[in-house]
Write a protein that binds this ligand. Structure first.
Ligand code: SAH
Length: 346
């Protein structure tokens, strides 16, 4: 017997075609699509407006692969970390981050990561595979439900800052975002979605060409080539000049400022030169800076810089009229914070 296909990899058009080819009304495709994407059906049996015969036909050809929360941990600050199991047994993590006014979902795009950022726990896991659009979408749908259940409100924001490099799984991430923003999905505004990349110039240009409407963040961490190459070795293939050029292209096309994510480490980027290089880079590229607290990762040897240095960064950036935000770390006690996602269950 041939392997059954995951029905959620089919577009609405493809579903309509399937029914047509099987001598049924194409409209059934719309109904099934709604069951899959709006009502989050986990089985064909649930599809009560579809006849038994038709449901058997679907069973014959397809499966519905859903992700499952394998373990849920809650942090003292309200953050929830989900370890979600995929149909083939792999586990990725997604995090719900509540504040007084919003709930943000931090979702994964790959199982593990193929990049080699020396300060990141996920980098210590090998990349196993890309997530499918439905596996990305499901993480968001689950967190939306958790948000309603635990906080009495819908999910308000999404960040692609979980495991993996979203721009190395470009098509699936964009398909997932299409579903997340579609009326026949979660109907979320793209303005509330941020994709974070470690900075792959060619793919940033592609985003701009594809006229995406969501926000872009780049994990910069250093505007000094040599230092960046040391802490993010893969970036040796992507010089800062190329990154800058791609970001200028992004701004020209989208008129949306990129956010630079930046951690300040002792002995790495805590010098006047490092600050000067960041200011220069930010003056060349329409941007804002998010200073992220360092979340300790075992065996990595990194240490957050002193508050004095962090203040110096803030003062200098502000003096140069560069917008700077300081992001407090969330969910650190359950290893749910940035760079701590590594399938470590307690
Ligand atoms: N690969 C993408 C998506 C991951 S986002 C990217 O790199 O942007 C995860 C964010 O957390 C990135 O900005 C990353 O640089 C940052 N990060 C990684 N390890 C960290 C750590 N130990 N402490 C704080 N931030 C970290």
């Amino acid at each position: 017997m041939t392997k059954k296909q995951d029905i959620r990899t089919l577009s609405k058009e493809a579903l309509r075609k399937f029914f047509e080819n099987n001598h049924e009304k194409a409209f059934r495709g719309n109904q099934v699509y709604e069951w899959l994407w709006v009502k989050s059906a986990h089985s064909f049996e649930e599809m009560t407006n579809i006849s038994k015969e038709t449901r058997l036909l679907l069973e014959e050809y397809f499966v519905i692969n859903h992700i499952k929360v394998d373990q849920m941990q809650r942090s003292a600050d309200g953050t929830i970390k989900n370890a979600v199991k995929l149909h083939d047994g792999f586990i990725v993590e997604s995090v719900l981050i509540p504040t007084e006014t919003r709930t943000t979902a931090c979702v994964s795009s790959q199982v593990g990561c193929s990049l080699d950022c020396t300060f990141c726990a996920t980098a210590q896991l090998q990349k196993k595979r890309n997530l499918n659009p439905d596996e990305i979408y499901d993480q968001v749908a689950i967190i939306n439900q958790q948000s309603k259940l635990y906080f009495g409100r819908k999910l308000s924001n999404i960040v692609f800052m979980g495991m993996g490099e979203p721009l190395m799984n470009y098509n699936n991430v964009l398909l997932a975002i299409d579903k997340i923003t579609a009326d026949e999905g979660l109907a979320m505004s793209p303005k509330r979605i941020t994709l974070s990349t470690s900075g792959i110039p060619k793919m940033i240009k592609k985003l701009a060409d594809d006229e995406v409407k969501f926000n872009l963040a780049v994990s910069l961490h250093s505007a000094q080539e040599e230092i960046r190459n040391k802490i993010m070795p893969f970036s040796t293939s992507f010089p800062l000049d190329d990154l800058k050029e791609a970001l200028l292209y992004w701004y020209q096309k989208t008129k949306s400022k990129v956010s630079f994510e930046y951690v300040i480490w002792k002995g790495i980027n805590d010098t006047e030169d490092a600050i000067g290089a960041l200011v220069k880079f930010c003056k060349q590229v329409p941007s804002k800076v998010n200073l992220i607290e360092y979340n300790p990762v075992e065996n990595s040897g990194f240490q957050q810089a002193s508050p004095e240095i962090i203040n110096k960064y803030i003062e200098t950036l502000e003096r140069h009229k560069i917008i700077v935000n300081v992001r407090r770390s969330r969910g650190k006690d359950i290893d749910a914070a940035c760079g701590q996602l590594a399938n470590k269950q307690s």
